[in-house]
Ligand binder design. Structure first.
Ligand SMILES: Nc1nc2c(ncn2[C@@H]2O[C@H](COP(=O)(O)OP(=O)(O)OP(=O)(O)O)[C@@H](O)[C@H]2O)c(=O)[nH]1
Ligand SMILES: [Mg+2]
Length: 375
């Protein structure tokens, strides 16, 4: 790893130097402001120092994929903690599902053949066994056996229940006398920055709202550039902040706006330090909406783990990459046992087109797909 120190008059200029010297993939290790010149450092000129590093290409050694990692202690800790979390949340899920099933008096056994193909179809969409039992059990209870062959009727029953599970929706409302603050948080690479681009474009260009963007993701130069580019294309100001204090200042600067979107660095939910940094930014920003961005391509067990880790911070959910999965059932599994409302769905890389406001109807259609089960 090559580490370098850069000094400049402001963050933008210094970041520019980092990029020119080390490229877009450089990682920011530390930033600080200091005074240069002046008496005992007082009244000197305010300067910015950024320490950045770039990974030099490692020599690729052949490694057996089965070979365990060297760092066994942290490895074991991580896995044990994760397992416990998983067991607790699995228990919670089963309890909740069983309560619902008892309420409906649903059968737990095999289904008659005509309903079994629906059960297989739903499972094929990624919907978990308990929810499938709930959905098919309801069909069995509320339709007469001669109606089970009527695909349209069966579908309508299932769809109505799926809509009910997806029923909690909460969309962004712009502020009237002061800006509404919207922060996007979540694991790495799920689409936070792209989604901010889509929302900012929608609200500023289509809705003609006064919008500003702030990025607190200064870990990679490329991340700052990405939001800047969106800001330039859409024609909205972009502020880059390094610290929670810088965030407060940027928010004050845009107190005349109706909406301020804050982009944050992708966080591994297993990394405690990263999570506490994120918490410090959110404590300062006090967002009106904190959107946990989840990719529909993430497996359900991982979605649940991420959700549990971010739950205390988030107020809403956004599901991304619906275009990339043929089994969006994991969303239903998650919503079946959690409480946050859904705000938006994204279904492609195009800014600003590939986003829509969540509605129970749209969500049910994404989850169930267009095809009927085979006879
Ligand atoms: N297919 C598809 N790709 C998407 C969607 N949303 C975002 N992407 C792509 O996913 C990749 C990552 O998107 P980003 O917006 O950079 O994700 P991020 O969460 O900001 O990533 P980090 O800041 O690195 O944590 C990009 O290639 C996006 O174009 C979507 O709805 N569908
Ligand atoms: Mg990003």
């Amino acid at each position: 790893m090559r580490v370098r120190r850069f000094v400049g008059d402001n963050v933008a200029e210094t970041m520019g130097k980092v990029k020119r010297e080390l490229g877009s993939e450089a990682v920011i290790l530390q930033t600080r402001e200091f005074r240069e010149g002046g008496f005992l450092g007082l009244f000197g000129k305010l300067r910015v120092e950024i320490t950045a590093a770039i990974e030099e290409k490692p020599v690729v050694a052949h490694k057996d994929p089965e070979e365990p990692e060297m760092n066994l202690v942290s490895d074991v800790k991580e896995k044990t903690g994760g397992l416990q979390e998983e067991i607790i949340s699995m228990r919670r899920m089963l309890e909740k599902m069983n309560q619902r099933m008892e309420g409906l008096g649903a059968e737990k056994g095999d289904w008659p053949a005509i309903l079994q193909r629906w059960a297989d179809h739903l499972q094929g969409r990624g919907i978990n066994e308990n929810l499938v039992k709930l959905l098919i059990g309801h069909v069995q209870q509320t339709l007469l056996p001669e109606e089970w062959t009527d695909d349209a009727q069966v579908y309508a029953r299932i769809e109505a229940n799926v809509r009910q599970i997806c029923g909690q929706i909460g969309l962004i409302q712009p502020g009237i006398n002061k800006p509404r603050i919207v922060a996007l948080i979540g694991a790495t690479g799920v689409g936070k920055t792209t989604t901010i681009g889509k929302l900012a474009a929608g609200f500023s260009i289509v809705d003609r709202r006064k919008v500003a963007l702030i990025t607190a993701d200064t870990y990679r130069v490329a991340a700052v550039e990405q939001l800047r580019t969106f800001g330039e294309i859409i024609g909205v100001p972009v502020e880059v902040v390094m610290t929670p204090k810088g965030l407060s200042e940027a928010l004050n600067l845009h107190s005349d706006k109706e909406l301020i979107f804050i982009d944050t660095a992708g966080r591994s939910p297993h990394h405690d330090l990263h999570m506490s940094e994120l918490r410090a930014f959110l404590d300062k920003a006090k967002p009106d909406f904190t959107m946990l961005v989840m990719s529909a391509t993430t497996q359900f067990a991982d979605q649940l783990r991420i959700y549990n880790r971010f739950e205390g911070l988030a107020t809403h959910l956004i599901f991304t990459k619906l275009d990339e999965t043929g089994s969006a059932g994991s969303i239903l599994n998650l919503l079946g046992q959690t409480t946050l409302p859904t705000a938006y769905l994204t279904n492609g890389q195009n800014v600003p087109d590939d986003i829509e406001a969540a509605t129970p109807y749209r969500m049910a259609h994404q989850i169930l797909g267009e095809e009927m089960p085979h006879a």
